[in-house]
Design a protein around this ligand. Sequence first.
Ligand code: ADP
Ligand code: MG
Length: 416
Amino acid sequence: MAYNQILEDDTGSEHIIEIKDLCKSFDGTKVLKNITFYIRNNEFITLLGPSGCGKSTTLRIIAGFETADSGIVNFEGKDLKSVPANKRNINTVFQRYALFPHLNVFDNVAFGLKIKKVNKAEIKQRVNKALATVGLADYGERYIDQLSGGQMQRVAIARAIVNRPRILLLDEPLGALDLKMRKEMQIELKEMQRELGITFVYVTHDQEEALTMSDTIIVMKDGVIQQIGTPIDVYNEPKNAYVADFIGESNIVAGTMKKDKEVVLSSGITFECVDPMFPEFTEGIANLVDVVIRPEDFYVAEEKEGRINGTVESLVFKGVHYEMIVKSDDGIEWLVQNVDPSAVGSRVGLYVDPDDIQIMRRSELSPDFGSFGIKHPEARDNENREDVVSDNVVEEADNKPEDKDGEPEVETGVND
Ligand code: ADP
Ligand code: MG
């Protein structure tokens, strides 16, 4: 298949969209750098990354609201370059719903069909079906200002799906909702996508949202794709320290490998792991790697029973488990989750199963990421040890997204 350097298509499934080498600059700043990926028919694919990394720009190019400087967007094998937005079989749902306040719910959803002069009986049938799909079967007569935020977002989705698009683009559609509503809508959106049997391209900065809903996640940073894979892939096998840190909480520390299946942390502790050395590594010398250990993968034991010995620095109850920071004797602060609490100030031993230790190539992304863990040895030599535990740079899931789409997007839902 065309772009298997990024994602091998071993399923032989149809690619509804193929994007190749998309580049875009604004005012001389490159915001998309050779973006290349494909979208399988009927999948739920998510562009995930922090604010400003180019997610919306990518989506807007697919929608036809923005033009790429170079690169190709193929839709069902056809170059979309000369196809205007309203002739693409693609609809977009934005965070701001742009509903018509003077129209009731039914007429908001019917608006695009009326413009297209669809006959009344068909409009009625299609609008009612769309409203039922989003769980608003009895809301046709309501006015927009009588709706909650969640209901307004459902109307916006109904207005898009009533056009029966082949692809639905959703740009942070749940960003304005409160947490509880967002969680409910995540599950519903996924169900809707299955029921409708159409392709969803979803944009979010919220890693948990991406993990919950997606078949495929594309992790972006500064206009560059970092990894493409299933939620399980990107969580369990992050390609680099950036992805590991962005997807869930991680301990990322420097290490070295001299041989297969054995990694030595910078502090000298040796761990058995399941990874062989990377092909470019030389046996017998200390090849630099990043080591990722998820907080939930630690076992907490008595001091000396684990591989890492340390002191519990903090303890927070998180509902199902406790979250602790354990400072090991070499100065590393480990984020640890356990169902049983260990008292602050107590001494513990930590151990980890070999297959829960992820080894990654060191990259320029490595040293500054990770809320916990330390920099690589050579970086440490040059710097004051005090500041090596960096603050978490990743936005929290609860933060309201910073919306970059400055212009008023009057998404009328008329494109088909
Ligand atoms: P994201 O959706 O991931 O937050 P965007 O794709 O909206 O990111 O933006 C990527 C970068 O491009 C940001 O730095 C943003 O400020 C810039 N940008 C986006 N749209 C425009 C525009 N119309 N004019 C100038 N800069 C833009
Ligand atoms: Mg955006």
